[in-house]
Every structure is written in structure tokens, then in C-alpha cells.
Design a protein around this ligand. Structure first.
Ligand code: DAH
Length: 372
């Protein structure tokens, strides 16, 4: 009777293929009406004598079967775990999938470079609105209503109807427009901060113009120094120091040429010497040397008396110089890019080619990244 009910079960337990099959065997043997439970129950009806001889045997059988089930369960679970581990292996030596990563636009990069160079010279960064009024953009800069310079700027004006509806008139009642240069920030900075003053104002400007070297929106950086006893020598030193730092060349040579801007007196056009190397212009050296030339780079001058007065300052006390230069042009010259329109096309291939890795150079827009 003992052999019949246990040994086949033991053999089955030892080769149960799954946890479910094993559980069925447990119910069939040790369960409420399982074969071994039934066997244990027969002890109650036995005589003392019989129980003394069969009892230990029956309990031994139950223990053996229970142990066999526990052992088989552990073996099956272990095998399942091992199989899962084998299936789920992670190969940490595989290269990670490449994820698209943004880059710093050359214009942002150059504006950061400018801010850093001028910060070393004690200049703060100032800003002004891109939707500007006529007074700040023109009149306060000594460009009155009938001045031909207004026509030269190809201004985008807001429709008169917008003025009526949106109340978009300037504080001085002028018509609203998209600023044509960063020079209005000169006026705003003087009015806001007074003197002495040392600022640069990088930002977007707008003119109705479009070809390989002109886009309707482009970037300028304005510079303004207002203090006592400022003269052209300060202007020349500042521009020279800035351009040498920006182009990372000690041999940058400037030529100051008399010019005209309504807001400066005297006005100075600044040229920079270049050499022709394999048909390409490489900045450096005097433009008068054989095989060299001068390239027009920026406008500047001593801030006009009326402009200083429009900024709320006494021109008998305060003098200053100002300059304005195209940021996009600076970027093209420094990094060898030749079509301005590509700057604003948003072509990711161009950006991938000319963009700056946020991890290569610590800049204001990139943050101080750690080298990859
Ligand atoms: N605002 C001028 C322009 O957009 C550039 C300029 C020339 C700015 C001379 C200046 C300056 O501050 O002094 O054409």
C-alpha cells in the first residue's frame, strides 16, 4: 500500500517539467484529499500496536515527498531564472544609439564671444526693443524726419492703422517700426543709466533688403562709452583690442577713415587689413602691403552733442564714442562662411556643419560644459 501511493509520485515529482505540473502533484499527494494525506488519516483507525510500527514509516514518506516537492520547486525556479538571465543579457560594450544633439548657432556663438571680450574691458550688455519708435530709432540719433538716411535704412514701418487700433505710438508720439539698427539702445541706455556708461548691445535689426549679403533680419552689436575726457584714441584702442581678441590675431591692423553718420562727429569708418591667400581674404597685416587690401568692417565715431543731449546728459560734461558692426559679418569673416542667407534658412545640414558643440567651448549660451 505504501509503495503504491508514494513511489510513483516521487518519480513524477522528480521529473515534473513545470511549476504547474509540480503543483498538481503536490495537491494530489499532500493536498486535502491527496494520497499521502489519506494515508496519514488511516493512522487514526489503527490499533496502538499497528500505529507504532506504521506511524514512523508513514510520516517518513510524507517528509520524503514534501522534501522532494520543495527540492523540485527550487530546481524549476532556478532554471527559470537562469533562462531569463540568459535571455535578458545587456551587452555594456555595445555603442549607445546616437541621439540627435543640438548645436550653438554661429551667431549666438559670436554674440557670446563679443560679450566675453567686452566684459573683460568693463562693458555691460544692454538690450532694447526690436519694435521701436521713430524717435529712438531716428530722431534722437540726429536723423530728423526729412533726413535722407531714413530712406537708406529701408525701414519696415507698422501700418498707420495699427497705430490707431493698438495705440502703438512711441513715447514721443513717433510711428512704430522694426528697429533698423542697434543704435537706439544708445539713447535708451543713457536715459536709463546716465553716465558714465560702457555698454555693448547685441541684437536683431531689420531692413527691407535681400541678396547674398543682405537679409531682412540680421544682427548688429552696438558699443557705447560715455565718460569725461573721452577721445578718438580711446575708440581706436578699444576697437583694436576687441578685434585682436575676436579674430585671435595680434597682427590685425586698422585704418580709420573719415566718414559720415548723423549721430557721430567726427565719424570714422574702420577698415581692417587682409592678405589674399589662394583667392581667400585672410585678416592680418597692413592693407597697404603688396598682395594685401583693406576691408570695410564697421562704423564708429565720437557721439554727437545732440545725441548726448537726447540721452538726457550734458554734452559739455560728458563725451563718448560709439560703434556699430554686423555680427553676422563678423561670424562670416571669422569662421569662413560665405552666404549670409544660409544663416537663417534653418537647414540642419548647414547647422551641423557650422554649428558649435555646446560641449566644446564654454560660452554664455552653452553654459560651462564638461569636456566630453
Ligand atoms: N547704426 C549704423 C548702421 O546701422 C552703424 C553705426 C555707425 C553705429 C556708427 C554706430 C556708429 O554706433 O557710431 O549703419
Amino acid at each position: 500500500m505504501i509503495e503504491e501511493s508514494t513511489l510513483p509520485a516521487l518519480a513524477e515529482i522528480e521529473c515534473a517539467a513545470t511549476l504547474e505540473a509540480l503543483e498538481a502533484l503536490r495537491v494530489g499527494t499532500l493536498g486535502k484529499s491527496g494520497s499521502i494525506t489519506t494515508l496519514v488519516k488511516t493512522l487514526g483507525a489503527m490499533s496502538d500496536e499497528e500505529r507504532r510500527t506504521k506511524g514512523p514509516l508513514i510520516h517518513a514518506i510524507r517528509t520524503t515527498v514534501a522534501d522532494a516537492i520543495t527540492a523540485r520547486k527550487a530546481a524549476l525556479e532556478g532554471a527559470a531564472l537562469a533562462e531569463q538571465l540568459a535571455r535578458d543579457t545587456l551587452d555594456l560594450t555595445l555603442p549607445a544609439a546616437d541621439r540627435p544633439r543640438g548645436s550653438i548657432h554661429p551667431v549666438s556663438q559670436v554674440m557670446d564671444e563679443l560679450a566675453e571680450i567686452f566684459a573683460d574691458l568693463g562693458f555691460a550688455v544692454a538690450t532694447g526693443p526690436e519694435i521701436e519708435d521713430d524717435w529712438h530709432n531716428f530722431t534722437a540719433l540726429n536723423i530728423p524726419e526729412s533726413h535722407p538716411a531714413r530712406a537708406m535704412h529701408d525701414t519696415f514701418y507698422f501700418p498707420e492703422s495699427d497705430l490707431a487700433q493698438g495705440g502703438k505710438t512711441g513715447p514721443e508720439g513717433g510711428r512704430m517700426l522694426l528697429r533698423t539698427h542697434t543704435s537706439p539702445v544708445q539713447i535708451r541706455s543713457m536715459l536709463e543709466h546716465g553716465a558714465p556708461l560702457r555698454i555693448i548691445a547685441p541684437g536683431r535689426v531689420y531692413r527691407s533688403d535681400s541678396d547674398a549679403t543682405h537679409t531682412p533680419m540680421f544682427h548688429q552689436v552696438e558699443g557705447l562709452v560715455i565718460d569725461k575726457g573721452i577721445h578718438l584714441g580711446h575708440l581706436k584702442w578699444t576697437l583694436e583690442t576687441f578685434l585682436k581678441a575676436f579674430f585671435e590675431r595680434e597682427d590685425i591692423v586698422l585704418r580709420l577713415r573719415p566718414s559720415y553718420f548723423p549721430f557721430t562727429e567726427p565719424s570714422v569708418e574702420v577698415d581692417v587689413g587682409f592678405a589674399l591667400v589662394n583667392g581667400k581674404r585672410v585678416l592680418g597685416g597692413s592693407g597697404d602691403a603688396p598682395g594685401h587690401g583693406w576691408m570695410e568692417l564697421l562704423g564708429s565715431g565720437m557721439v554727437g552733442r545732440t545725441v548726448i543731449a537726447a540721452g538726457g546728459l550734458d554734452p559739455d560734461v560728458w563725451q563718448g564714442f560709439a560703434f556699430g558692426v554686423g555680427v553676422d559679418r563678423l561670424a562670416m569673416l571669422k569662421y569662413g562662411m560665405d552666404d549670409l542667407r544660409a544663416f537663417f534658412d534653418g537647414d540642419v545640414r548647414w547647422l551641423a556643419h557650422y554649428g558649435f558643440s555646446p560641449f566644446d567651448v564654454p560660452t554664455l549660451s552653452a553654459g560651462v560644459g564638461t569636456a566630453a
